[in-house]
Design a protein around this ligand. Structure first.
Ligand code: F6R
Length: 608
């Protein structure tokens, strides 16, 4: 089977606008997947025409524009996780009567395919989506009623889907449906959109409805009707706080660099509404504080970079709130049959709020009776909606596949929460808490900006490293947590093989890989562990490692030293993260990599 993580766009409105809106939307959604793209749109004679191909959206632009004046259409950008990207597998899929785009997985596709084959249908692709399209065709043929056919179809589908549909004999309407995959409806002036997320139509409107599971919508230029379980429903009108400029590159060479430069502001925006009188205050978030006070264990569950932010969170919760914390990889946690009770709080951290494993972990935690809290960047996303409570990070849209500012705000927010927790549990007095909050809210953003001012030095270090094919990051305590993130960032965008090691663990095997000329990035920002780090640094240097030292202390002997700005150790993880992100960024620039869209990766991982 071919599985997808994809972007969906649809437009209905004015003649002259459709193709432009669809192509623009698809380009904005390429972060969700970019191995093939397609469009189905009505031409001025009312004929439904389809253009699709492997490759980026730019590859179908010319052919799509040949459709000419069009008032309605749907589009899709795809990322396959199994099976080769091919023209046949690209969306839209359908028949002479309809075309359909899909994000998600139809789990019972094999069974449905067999049933449809017996009814005389044949299949040109190996996608589950084509099966859904043919099933819809069957129901439409049988009843002659479009809306009813959509409802009949989704009743038969198991798995997850966001669907955008157009029927050849109805050039003024888009049908949409969702279950467990995001889909929103943009509200324009005499125009409407469907999209996987708001960046797809942000240049044109900021108002939208978010479809809920089981919703089926009928959308024309004049009206938007949403039904659920056969009944008409209303959904709250939401307004995106982002403008289209904030979703674009703003003069930087890459979204990643722009997003690193937005870090200090994102941290301030995330913390500001939660600080009163220099103390943490989550009252506007309606957080259940008695829960924070009484829980006996905290789980931080997430994937990738978000999980690494959890490692920073653990150090603060354990160190200051004296609360035991487990940081869990969501894809492991969900299958490990975790022992949970109402005394446990499971914090799910996610930029997108749609990561399939994190969502499944959240559902499992709820089912097992734990309290749940989401730390999420996307308003109204599935994880945000399903958790008992939610704390939004205010990082704004993160477009580069490699997460940067989202990591910083997640780690900063977890820290603020830990301080609040420490106060509630009587582990920290207000005076100490105020000092900690001030460091986090005032000093750390300033230190991030100071790192950005010294970018040339980091760039020079990257220039010495970029030809390597293997690299190691070592650290102790929070420096180990940061090493994990530095290493992930480097490998995902530069394709240099890299490993993060707890510095003391290196000699238990991996040090055999440290030979003449191997680059090692050593982090030494925890003063109580400086002496220990120094011996680890000597261990690798004596074996010929080329050492880059990131430190706030006196520089030990190293080939390159990146000194952190003056900052309290408790919050130095923020400027250190910026250093590591910039090091990965410039190393990849020197290697000529496609930084914002690294190979094999997509921004929103909505499949397992
Ligand atoms: C790496 C990266 C990923 C994400 C992970 C979780 O740069 O971006 O590791 O952190 O896929 O995604 P979210 O935070 O959307 O749940």
């Amino acid at each position: 089977m071919v599985l997808y993580m994809c972007g969906i766009i649809g437009y209905v409105g004015k003649d002259e606008n459709s193709l432009e809106a669809l192509l623009e939307g698809l380009s904005a959604l390429e972060y969700r997947g970019y191995d093939s793209a397609g469009i189905a749109a009505f031409d001025c004679a009312g004929r439904l025409r389809t253009v699709k191909d492997v490759g980026r959206v730019s590859g179908i632009k010319e052919a799509a524009l040949e459709i000419g004046a069009s008032a309605c259409g749907i589009g899709h950008t795809r990322w396959a996780t199994h099976g080769a990207p091919s023209k046949e597998n690209s969306h839209p899929h359908g028949t002479d009567r309809l075309q359909l785009v899909h994000n998600g997985i139809i789990e019972n596709y094999a069974h449905l395919k067999k049933e449809l084959t017996e009814l005389g249908y044949s299949f040109y692709s190996d996608t589950d989506t084509e099966v859904a399209a043919k099933l819809l065709d069957y129901y439409y043929m049988r009843s002659g009623r479009r809306f009813e056919a959509v409802c009949e179809t989704i009743k038969r589908l198991t798995g997850s889907y966001a669907l955008g549909i157009v029927f050849s004999d109805d050039p003024d309407t888009i049908y949409a449906a969702r279950k467990d995959s995001p889909l929103i409806i943009g509200i324009g002036d005499g125009e409407a959109y469907i999209a996987s997320d708001v960046t797809a139509f942000l240049r044109r409107t900021r108002d939208y409805y978010r479809l809920e599971d089981g919703d089926v919508a009928k959308i024309s230029a004049r009206s938007i009707e949403i039904y659920n379980g056969g009944k008409k429903v209303t959904r709250e009108k939401l307004t995106a706080k982002w403008d289209h400029e904030s979703a674009e590159k703003g003069g930087y060479d890459h979204f990643m660099l722009k997003e690193i430069h937005e870090e200090s502001e994102a941290v301030v925006k995330t913390l500001r509404p939660r600080i009163k009188d220099m103390l943490p205050d989550f009252s506007d978030d309606e957080l259940n504080e008695s829960m924070l006070k009484h829980i006996t264990r905290l789980y931080i569950v997430a994937c990738g970079t978000a999980m690494h932010a959890g490692l920073i969170g653990r150090a603060v919760f354990e160190g200051h709130a004296k609360l035991p914390v487990s940081v869990e990889i969501a894809s492991e946690f969900r299958y490990n049959d975790p022992i949970l009770s109402e005394n446990d709080l499971v914090v799910v951290v996610s930029q997108s709020g749609e990561t399939a494993d994190s969502l499944a972990a959240l559902r499992l935690a709820k089912q097992k009776g734990a309290q749940t809290l989401a730390i999420v960047n996307v308003i109204g996303s599935s994880i945000a909606k399903e958790a008992h409570s939610v704390l939004y990070t205010w990082a704004g849209p993160e477009i580069a596949v490699a997460s940067t500012k989202a990591y910083s705000v997640q780690a900063a927010l977890l820290t603020l929460l830990a301080i609040r927790c420490a106060i509630l549990r009587g582990e920290m007095n207000e005076l100490s808490a105020r000092e900690f909050v001030r460091e986090l809210y005032e000093d750390a953003p300033r230190a991030i900006n100071e790192v950005l001012e010294r970018v040339d030095h980091i760039k020079a270090c990257a220039e010495r490293l970029y030809k390597s094919e293997d690299m190691f990051f070592i650290g102790r305590g929070t420096d180990y947590a940061l090493s994990c993130e530095g290493s992930l960032k480097l490998k995902e965008i530069s394709y240099i093989h890299s490993e993060a090691y707890a510095a003391g663990e290196l000699k238990h095997g991996t040090i055999s890989l440290i030979t003449e000329g191997i680059p090692v990035v050593a982090l030494a920002t925890v003063s109580s562990l400086h002496a220990k780090m120094l011996s680890n640094i000597r261990e690798v240097r004596s074996r010929g490692a080329v050492l880059t030292l990131i430190t706030n202390g006196e520089s030990e002997e190293a080939d390159m030293v990146i000194r952190l700005p003056e900052i309290s150790e408790r919050v130095s993880f923020l400027p250190t993260a910026t250093v590591l992100q910039l090091l990965a960024y410039y190393t990849s620039v020197f290697r000529g990599c496609d930084i914002d869209k690294p190979r094999n990766l997509a921004k929103s991982v909505t499949v397992e």
